[in-house]
Structure formats: structure tokens, C-alpha cells
Write a protein that binds this ligand. Sequence first.
Ligand code: BGC
Length: 850
Amino acid sequence: MQTTALMPSPRFASAACLALSLCPAACSSSFPAPPPPVAPCSDGPCLKPSHVPLVDSLLAQLTLEEKLLLVAGTGFDTRGVERLGIPKLSMTDGPVGVRNGAATAFPAPVALAASFDPELVQRVGAALGRETRAKGKSVLLAPCVNLQRTPQGGRNFESFGEDPWLASRIATSYIRGVQSEGVAATVKHFAINNQETERMTVSVEVSERALHELYFPAFKAAVQEAGVLAVMCSYNRIGGTYACEHPGLLGDTLKQRWGFEGLVMSDWGATHSTAAAASAGLDLEMPTGEYFSVEKLHSALDDHSLNLQRLDDMVRRQLRVLHGLHLLPGQTPSRLSPAQVDPPEHRAINRQASREGLVLLKNTGSLLPLEAKQLKRVAVIGPRAAYVEGGGGSALVKPTYRVSPLDGLREALGSSVVVDYAPGEFSAEHLDLVPATALAPPGKPTEQGLLAQYYTGIDFSGTSVKSELVSSLDWRWDLGSPDGLPADQWSIRFTGTLTAPTTGRYILGLNSDDGSRLWLDGKLLVDNWGGHPMTLKTAEVELKAGVPHELRIDYYETILGAGLSFGWQRIDNNLLDQARKAARSADASIIVVGDTEREESEGIDRSSLLLPGNQEALLQAVLAENPRTIVVVATGAPVLMGAWLPKAPAVIQSWFGGQEFGHALADVLLGTVSPSGKLPVTLPKRWEDCPAFDNFPGSGGSVRYDEELLMGYRFFDTRKVEPEYPFGFGLTYSRFEISDFSVLPSDTEGNVSVSCSLRNAGSKRAAEVLQVYVHDAQSDRHRPEQELKAFARQELEAGESKRVTLRLAPSAFARYDLASHDFVRGAGAYEVRLGTSSRELPHRSTLRFP
Ligand code: BGC
């Protein structure tokens, strides 16, 4: 049995020191001095920015007051300067789809990473760019390139997995796509933002080497390869200093070392100071100017804790982004493709992306693909089968339509196959809206609906500004508000009665952004109070048919998004039996299990790695009834499969598949296309087997990354821990053969060529992802067993062969050196390994570097 009591290696015992030592200048002592109050660039330009004459001329025309107003947001926009024709930057979230009303909901980013298909991701990025423009926005707050350090991470679904090389390739394609459409991408959250527990304050203690080898590469590639226009600094602290006021992170690493010339904006509410943050390298405070207010900036200038030169730099960076988007006065607007939300071509890209993200983990006896002609009756089971789930928080997208697995299968199978649906367990997420017929205003039992009283302010004081009858409660105001109320700081009280049509036990739920509360007969039943994104809280209650209960719901909104729905559902105790019955009488059953925005969301980490609710028991019951059961796991991060996996003949990890999920799943289940996705993250057998087991979520306000360089497969492969499924793994319906493997030593530029012949030896068109890992045999004993350094997705017809060459740049062999604070390639032997997952690398060749 593998124990995971990882001792920090002596070399990294002073991780906190290294974490603070992002700035080489501060590295001389073992405990460097706290960051200086003024950036190292105070007496000279921070970086040598490319001077754009138009930007310089506009900067010269701005008054001090105008400059001060430009460096803080107004919610999701900057202010612009009308007098000079400088437009606002108008922002919207990312990364799954474009927020602010309905838009195409693409597969979660982790699914995009599972495609191992940068070219496809670039097309997704371009579609996102077009939809951003269609909504009148110029900045997309995406992609998120924080790695999946632990399976619990609430935002794992937003990430590109656990490997820096894969994340870099996918991120740069995503950014190129978005920016090709005249929209600025914002790579986030810089940096080391890997957990939601104490997300606003937690201090990450991480070594300098791990930063540069694991946590930075995707950001660096975004800057240096994709030319990303904006970077969002994160909520967390690093070695005790908030990321958005960390001079080593923002000033030294991002701007000086990597040469970033664009805009650094804070995450929403991640700014904690004025002069320290501005001097460290923060250019724009979002959402509003709490610290970058005109007043506070003035006093920082007055007491010289901030200098004018730095203020100019902050403004110049914003102007440079506008210039990059061709939005400044006098610029010829770029010629761009028409901007639309949800045009047919986005549907096609989305379906392909959803399909390519599906990872076939198991297919005993070639149960898949299902032969449609041989099916008479199919059972579609599970609480996630009749809906399309996505992770929550700022990445939650309102889709323009949803094709659930049930919809997709019904459509693909047609009327000749009976499709039975059984949810199998109650799903609190999808409560029905309480209809007007169950509601009556106070004192008017024969009427329908509730009395709504609207207040400015959030404490229901004074008289209401208006009142009206509403039939049911289901609103998403987004950044708006009901007529007659200000944009923020308002509240509504709903009163009347609630009467159930049928006697039984009911779930009542309030889903709201921000707070809501529900009283029944004077008793507080649902308490969803507090400032938060859309959050559902429920309570159970026994209701008798026809008996009215006095109802009161209070709702308030403070800032940013606003929404409220009031739902219910009668609890049906026979759901498990119905699922058993459906499975028993079917030729094949497809059970879709997984998480929802309740388990995976910004603001919370997952509380368990098991499937939530009763889904484990449901799986066991269905698998016992029908040996031809296909399990589809719709989560953004690994779940533990051990309890049911041995009994499941076929398993697909589908992630959150976006609004085309049902079509994509049917395509793969019925063999219209072969699955080709590969795991962008290791699936562990047990949480105790994971590298961060001893150090998550930290204690005393900080979390130590003592696993060092051994994240994900780097740990499993180095420590020889058996995963459930390894990184890079995924089956297809065909069979591939690799032969004639060769490694050609460096060309004049130091690139190594890895070649092989790939043959689709099966009978179906399919894709394989060739993966190249480098093993450092000699130069550095701290190095992980192997690291992914190149990959290539190849789609071949049945019987087709192809010669494929992958390139390893000199950096593929380099490691971060603490003495020079740079990457170096040590002398000695390196093994180049080629195969189809981190555990299937049969083709090996050794290279020696002097
Ligand atoms: C999230 C960001 C997001 C921002 C704006 C923050 O809470 O961390 O990822 O872009 O809100 O919605």
C-alpha cells in the first residue's frame, strides 16, 4: 500500500522563503525582506514597452483626473474618456461561454483539454470571441489556466487539467482564437489559485522551482506565445503577500522577465491596497475603485508612495489593449467576421468539441458502440441524464438551448426504439417552478400569485417604492434590476400563501444571487441569506392538499449579478425502483451520473470525491439489473470509481459537455464517431493516493505545496502509485499501431525530432493522440519520473498509415535552476518516451547532452 506521507525534501524545507523570492534581487537571504513598498522600477521605466505613437499621444492629452478615473472599473467596464474618444473596455465572463444573457455553452475547459486538439480549441476560442463581440463586449475574462492540483478544487472544471505543457498548448490556442476575433482574452488567475477553501485569503507556500515548472508555464506561454492582452491576478496570497500586490509576481516575473505589455486587472475584489498594489504592478482594480479611487490614488501620489510614471504606465497599458483591439480613435477597425450568438457554425464546433472531450475509459467485450439496429428498448437513467449540467459561479452559462443525453439519444434512436427514462434519484437542482396556481396574495385566496413589494436598500426599511402581483418567482436580472430600482442595493418582499395540490413531502428551494429567505407559517424554513452568486438552498416540508400556508420570501441584491427562483418538488420514494425496472427490461442502459453547479463551483471545494447524493447506490442497483450498462460520468474533476467500476462494462468520462452534450454522447455511443478524448488529469483510486493529500486545504490560513514538482501523474509515476486511470489515457473503437520509432538528435537550433509511423489497424475511422514524455536519467534526481513535452492528435481512416514527427524544443529537456533563476539543460542522458498515456510508453530512446 502506498502511503502519501510526503516529507518535504530538505532542499525545499524553506519553501516559504523561495515563494517570496520571485524577485531575484531578494534571494540573497534565506528569509527575504518583505516586498518593498515601491516597485523596483520606480526610477526608470518598468519595462521597455513598445511605444505606440497613438497611445503616447492620447496619454499626453489626458488630465490627471481622467487618468485616475481610468484605472478602476465600474462593475464589468472601464470608464473610457468621451472627450478624447477613448472607449470603455467592456468585459464579460468566460471561460465556458459568454455570460450576460444566453450564449453557446461550450464543454467545460477540462473537456477541451481532454480533446488534446489545439486546432479545435482555437476554433472554440474564435466562436467565443464572436459571441463576445455580438454582446457588445471587448474583453473575455478567460481562459483559466490554474492547474488541477487536487481533485477537490471547485473550479477544476474551468481548468485545462494537471499538466503545464498540455495547459499551455490548449491555452495559447484558446487565446489565439478569442483574439483573432478582435476581443481581448484575459488569462487568469495569476497565480497559484488552486483551491476555493479560504480562496480570498489563503497563502500558498510554494517553491520557486515548482512555480516556474508547474504553475507559471501556461501564463508565460499565454504572454509570450499567444500575446494575451490581459492578465487577471488572483485572490490568494503567495508567501503571505496578496497576488494583486505582489511585486515579484506582477512587476518582476510577469512584466520584466516575460515582457508582458498588456493590462493586469485584479480579480473581482482581490485588491487590498492602493500604493502597494499599483506599485507592484496592478494596472486596473475591478470591479470598482475601492482602493484605486480618485481620492486614495491622489493621496498616494501626494505622499509619494505612488509615482506619476507608474500611473502613466497603468493607463498606457489600458490604451495598449484598446489599440490592440483597434478601438482607439483614428484606428481603422479590424475587418472581422460577423458577430453572432449561437449561429449554426458554433453549434457544429460545439458538438465536435463535446465529442472530442469524451474519454472512453472502459469497454469490456466491445459493448460500445451500440448497434442501433439491434436495440428495441433502451433505458436512460440518472439524475444527470435529462439535463445539461455545468459548473457554477462566474463560469455558469445560460445556454441558448440544451440537448440532454436523453434528448440526444431519443433523437438519434428515432421512434423505432423505446427509450425509458428514470431519474433514479431526486435532484434538488431541478426543482419545478412553484406555479401561480399554488400561490395566492395576502387575503385573496381566490386569486393567484404573490404580492411583491420593492425597496431601495437591503433592509426592507421605509415604505416600498412599488408593489405588484407576480405570478411565479423566476428571474435572472444579471447586472440589471427590476424597473424603478437602482442597479444595486435593493430588495423585494413577497407575501401570500402556498397551497399544495397533492398531499406529500415536498422540497422547497430558493436559488438566489444574493440572499433570500423563506418563512412558512411564520417559521424560517430556507435560509439562503448572504452575498453570493446563484446558490440553491432547500428544505423539506410535509404539505396537505388544499391547505394554505402563510408564505413570506425576502430577497436582496447588493452588487453585480442578481437572480431569484422559487421551486419545489414532491418527493417520490419510488425513484430507485423505477430505475431498476427500466434497466431490467432494456437491451442496454445508459446511466449518467455526476456533479452539478452545487458540487463544482467557484467559492466551494468539493466535499467528497464520491458521486454526490444517492448516485453510488443507484449505480450499483442499475449495474446489478443490467450487465449491458454504460456509465457516463459528468464531472469536471475525478471521482472515485472503485466501488462500482469492476461491475461496469463500459465507462465514459464526459466532463460537463456543454449544450450539445446529448448529441455528442449519442454520436459516440452509437458509433457515428469513435471516441478520442484522453485524460488531462490522473484518476486516482483513493484520495489518500493523491500528492496533495497531506496538504489540502491547509491550516492556519496557509497551504504548503510540499508535493513540490510531483503534481498529478508526475507523482503517481515517480512514486509508482497505481492510478485508477493514468494521465493521457483514453480508448477508441479502433486499434492503432506505432512502428519505426526514431529520435533524431538536435538540429542546429537544438530541436530534437521524434518520429514514428502510426497505423489505424482497426476497422473504423478514429483518432489517436501520440504523447512524448522526457525522462531525465542523470542530471537531476529531484525531477519527476517523466514529463509530457509534446503530443499530436492524429485522425486516420481505417487502414490508413501516416508518418508523424513531433518536435522537442531545447526547453523540453530543461529544468528550473535555483542558482541562475532560469531554465537550464543539465548534461547527461535523457530518455525520450513515446506512447499513448503516461503508463503506456513502449517506445524509448536515450539521448545524451554534453
Ligand atoms: C472570479 C473570476 C471572474 C470574476 C468576474 C471572480 O469571482 O474569480 O474568475 O472573472 O469574478 O465575474
